[in-house]
Design a protein. Structure first.
Lengths: 244, 270
C-alpha cells in the first residue's frame, strides 16, 4: 500500500487540515476506498462548509463545495441528473446535524441513492470549538465553558440511530472511528458499494479527533475518542435487507 | 516610510512579532498600521503580516511593494514574490529555505540577509523563540525604534507567560547582534541540513516525508513496539519529525495507517 491514496491530488499536498486531524484521516481512508473500488472517474465529491471545506482540492475527482449541509441535496440533484455518477457528500456534524439536518433527514426519507459521510468531532471545529449537537454531556467548549448541560443544550444527537427509524429497506447506516483504519475502510467501501448496486441511501458517521479545539495532544485525543465511543456505539446500525 | 511584509507558516509567530513592532512603533509616536492576512485553516497555511511605520499619516494598510521582506518558510516564497522591488531587503531563514530557492528570485532580490534562525534557536534556546530572532534582526534594520521600546512591547505581548521573558530577551539580543555582524549587501547563503528520509535494513524500509509531516505524534502512540520517537529534525511546519528505531520496528504499518498526512511509508522486504 502506498502512503497516499491514488485519488488524492498530489499537487495540493500538504493538505490544509491541522496536525493530528481525524477528518484528514477519514478522507485518506475515503481515498483508499475510491482507489480499491476503482471509481475515481465516476465519483463526484461534494463537500460542505466548516472544516470539511478544507478538502476542496484534496481529491483528483470532480468536486463541488456547498454550504450548511447542502452537500446532501446538491449530490441528490447530481445523482438524478447523472445516474452513473457515484455521489459522495462529505460534511461535519454542524452541517449534517444542525443547520442542514433537514436535508439529511429528507434525503434518507426519500431513499436517494447517494453516500453521505459525516464527521463527528463533538464540536464546531472551524469556528473555534463551540458546542455542537454532538458535544458530550459535561464536555467543555467555548460556548459551554463549564461543560455541556442537558437543561441548556439538550442531549447529544445520535444521527445514525435517528436515520435508522426512517430509512428504507435498502439503506446502509454505520458508525465507525477514524483511528480504526480497517473497519472504517470496510464501512466506507460498503456504503459506496450500496450506492453502486443501487440499493439505497448510505450513511457513515465517523467519530474523529480534533486535538486543536479539544486542546489535547495525540495520546489524550485518542483517550477522548474512547470516551466518545461509550456515548456513540460503533458498528453497522442498519444493513440493507437481504444482506447479512 | 518602511513597508514590511512578514511571511511564514501559521504558528511560527509571524503575527506576534508584527504586532509587537506595531505597538512599539506606536508607543514611540510613529504612524503605524498592521494588518494580518491568512487562510481559513485553524493551524498551518501561509500567514502574512503587512506592517507600515511612517512619520506621516498612512493612507492604506496594504501595499504593493515592500522595503523589507521576512520569509520564514518555503511556502511563503510564492506569496511574497510580487512584493519584491530593487531596494527590498530580503531576510530569510536559511535553515529552511535553500540557496536554490533564493536563486530563482535572484533577478528580483538584490539585498539579502540570511539567518539560520531555527538552527540557532534550537541550539541555544528553544525552537519556540525562532520568530523573536527575526524581531531582533528587524530591530537592527529599522534603526529608528529603540531596542528597549521593542522589548517592552514584547514583554507586554507575552505577559501571560512570564516564564518565557528571559528566553525571549536572549533571543532578541542574539538576533540583534547577528544582524549587526552581518553585512546585508552580499549573498552568503547556506544549505539547510539534509534530512534523512529513508531508514532501512534487510527486512524492512521506513520512509518519512518532511514535506507532508505536521508533527502530530499519532505515529508515536500507534506503534505497538514504541519504536517511533520524535527527532530533532524539523518538518515543513517547523515542528519535530518522528524517527524510527529499526531494531524495534516490526513493519506492522500502524504508523502509516494512522498518519492523517500520508507522511510515512512502511515496506516489508521479501
Amino acid at each position: 500500500m502506498n502512503n497516499l491514496p491514488k485519488s488524492w491530488k498530489k499537487e495540493s499536498l500538504p493538505h490544509k487540515f491541522c496536525p493530528g486531524c481525524g477528518q484528514a484521516l477519514a478522507l485518506k481512508i475515503l481515498g483508499y476506498a475510491i482507489d480499491e473500488l476503482g471509481i475515481q472517474d465516476k465519483a463526484v465529491y461534494g463537500t460542505d462548509i466548516g472544516c470539511s471545506l478544507l478538502s476542496w482540492n484534496m481529491f483528483d475527482v470532480d468536486t463541488i463545495q456547498t454550504h450548511h449541509g447542502r452537500a446532501t441535496p446538491t449530490m441528490v440533484g447530481l445523482k438524478h441528473a447523472k445516474k452513473e455518477a457515484i455521489a459522495i457528500a462529505f460534511m461535519g456534524d454542524g452541517g449534517g446535524y444542525a443547520i442542514g439536518a433537514q436535508h439529511l433527514i429528507n434525503t434518507c426519507l426519500r431513499d436517494d441513492k447517494i453516500t453521505v459521510i459525516l464527521i463527528n468531532n463533538a464540536n464546531y471545529a472551524m469556528t473555534g470549538g463551540q458546542t455542537a449537537p454532538t458535544t458530550l454531556i459535561g464536555q467543555k467548549s467555548t460556548t459551554a465553558p463549564k461543560g455541556r448541560k442537558i437543561e441548556v443544550f439538550g442531549r447529544p444527537i445520535h444521527g445514525p440511530e435517528m436515520l435508522k427509524t426512517i430509512a428504507a429497506d435498502g439503506a446502509y447506516i454505520a458508525r465507525t472511528v477514524s483511528n480504526d483504519f480497517e473497519t472504517t475502510l470496510t464501512y466506507i467501501k460498503k456504503a459506496l458499494q450500496n450506492q453502486i448496486d443501487g440499493r439505497g441511501f448510505s450513511f457513515v458517521e465517523v467519530l474523529s479527533m480534533c486535538p486543536v479545539n479539544w486542546k489535547k495532544n495525540a495520546q489524550e485525543s485518542i483517550e477522548f475518542l474512547e470516551e466518545m465511543k461509550k456515548v456513540y456505539p460503533l458498528g453497522e446500525i442498519k444493513t440493507p435487507e437481504g444482506e447479512k | 516610510m518602511k513597508r514590511i511584509l512578514l511571511a511564514g507558516e501559521g504558528g511560527q509567530g509571524v503575527q506576534s512579532i508584527a504586532e509587537i513592532l506595531a505597538r512599539a512603533a506606536n508607543e514611540q509616536g510613529k504612524e503605524t498600521t498592521y494588518i494580518p492576512n491568512f487562510g481559513v485553516e485553524q493551524r498551518g497555511g501561509v500567514s502574512l503580516a503587512y506592517l507600515q511605520i511612517d512619520e506621516k499619516p498612512i493612507g492604506y494598510p496594504k501595499f504593493a511593494e515592500a522595503d523589507i521582506i521576512i520569509a520564514m518558510c518555503n511556502r511563503a516564497i510564492e506569496a511574497i514574490k510580487k512584493f519584491v522591488q530593487d531596494e527590498t531587503l530580503f531576510i530569510y531563514d536559511s535553515s529552511f529555505i535553500a540557496d536554490d530557492k533564493i536563486k530563482t528570485l535572484h533577478g528580483l532580490v538584490k539585498k539579502y540577509l540570511n539567518i539560520p534562525a531555527k538552527q540557532i534557536a534550537q541550539k541555544e534556546l528553544s525552537i519556540k523563540v525562532a520568530n523573536i530572532l527575526f524581531l531582533g534582526v528587524l530591530a537592527h534594520e529599522l534603526g529608528n525604534l529603540t531596542s528597549e521600546q521593542i522589548k517592552i512591547a514584547m514583554n507586554n505581548q507575552f505577559k501571560s507567560h512570564p516564564e518565557f521573558k528571559e528566553m525571549n530577551e536572549k533571543a532578541f539580543d542574539i538576533g540583534l547582534n547577528y544582524a549587526k555582524e552581518r553585512p546585508n549587501q552580499e549573498f552568503i547563503g547556506s544549505q539547510p541540513t539534509e534530512i534523512q528520509k529513508l531508514f532501512e535494513d534487510e527486512t524492512k524500509a521506513w520512509e518519512r516525508f518532511p514535506e507532508y509531516c505536521k508533527g502530530c505524534g499519532l505515529c508515536l502512540i500507534s506503534c505497538p513496539q514504541k519504536a517511533i520517537t520524535f527527532s530533532d529534525e524539523l518538518n515543513f511546519l517547523g515542528t519535530n519529525l518522528p524517527k524510527v528505531d529499526l531494531n524495534k520496528c516490526i513493519a506492522c504499518g500502524n504508523c502509516q495507517k494512522i498518519c492523517p498526512d500520508g507522511a510515512i511509508k512502511v515496506t516489508k522486504k521479501q
